[in-house]
Design a protein around this ligand. Sequence first.
Ligand SMILES: NC(=O)c1ccc[n+]([C@@H]2O[C@H](COP(=O)([O-])OP(=O)(O)OC[C@H]3O[C@@H](n4cnc5c(N)ncnc54)[C@H](OP(=O)(O)O)[C@@H]3O)[C@@H](O)[C@H]2O)c1
Length: 340
Amino acid sequence: MKTKTLNLAVVGATGLVGQEMLRVLTERNFPLNRVLPLATARSKGGHVSCHGTQLTVEETELAAFKGIDIALFAGGDKSSQLLAKDLAKQGVLVIDNSSTFRMEPEVPLVIPEVNPDALKKHKGIIANPNCSTIQMVLAMKPIYDQVGIEHLIVSTYQSVSGTGKDAVEALKEETRQALSGAPVTPKIYPQQIAFNCLPQAWSLDFETFYTEEELKMVRETKKILSDNELKVSVTAVRVPVYRGHGESVYLLTRKKLMRNEALNLWENFPGIKLMEDPENRKYPTQLDAEGNDWVYVGHVREDLDHSHGLFFWVVSDNLRKGAATNAVQIAEKMIELNLL
Ligand SMILES: NC(=O)c1ccc[n+]([C@@H]2O[C@H](COP(=O)([O-])OP(=O)(O)OC[C@H]3O[C@@H](n4cnc5c(N)ncnc54)[C@H](OP(=O)(O)O)[C@@H]3O)[C@@H](O)[C@H]2O)c1
């Protein structure tokens, strides 16, 4: 049977996530008829490439989407707020990477390995979860399904690429300044990120004193798992790493789970790669995750003081599985489920 080829727009095609989307579409041989790269007026007329073809960037406006079947949005909240609903009304399937629609009840929030059935209820917009949520929920899912989880406690170690291309440049510049002994001028975060870790690198909610990143992880996890009873406690920290988020996860499970049992559960779960070889000091780091789609799990330990506690370390590339790859996988799943 011949696969239908699709016309696809990438909003934010000149950004970190958009560039990665073009790469992932090429690598996965997504059934494309045409790719339309869109960005702001600043980038109009510039070039990007997909499937070995050079493409000219156009400005993001409603008229540009004529004939488009799927729009992958990675142009920030403003572009999604402005265009996604109108496009959905016109029959374009929007897969959105911004946080604009994630918590809207009628918008599915999907990790294809975790809750693909949620796609069946879509009304034209599907939301990609936050990068730090995706890797955490994927890693805990086999334990959640088999043993049950009462409380999830996580601290993140998130790279600057999570804030976009300007933050990567800012880390390079601050590092150069610091190494040369010059005064460091923070441009993106409220404080210096070079040689530093920032627990408030996001906007702060003044009712709870959590950052928006922490609140996203709490709320999105419950929505993806359809489980408001699950306790989720988050501390999010920005660290001076270019790419890939690390997370220290602690689970209080409903039944005792031995280390070896947990390793077995992860062994064959889709999307997860165990990197657990204590004798040879092998465990995953951000550099292992860079440029690939795995959610790595390692450094697994039973809590010495609580019979139902389990610690592990999770790493994934925030631009790949945390954003671009998950979005393309959603589109692939829509095709597989005949929802397009
Ligand atoms: N970075 C991550 O790890 C990550 C993970 C999950 C989700 N996301 C989300 O993905 C989106 C993109 O993030 P990013 O890291 O790729 O940012 P980025 O590197 O700063 O790139 C932003 C992209 O959006 C374009 N853009 C900005 N404003 C626009 C507008 N009003 N209309 C159309 N295009 C616009 C930019 O175009 P110009 O080049 O012309 O300025 C650029 O292509 C954000 O919503 C972000 O929250 C990011």
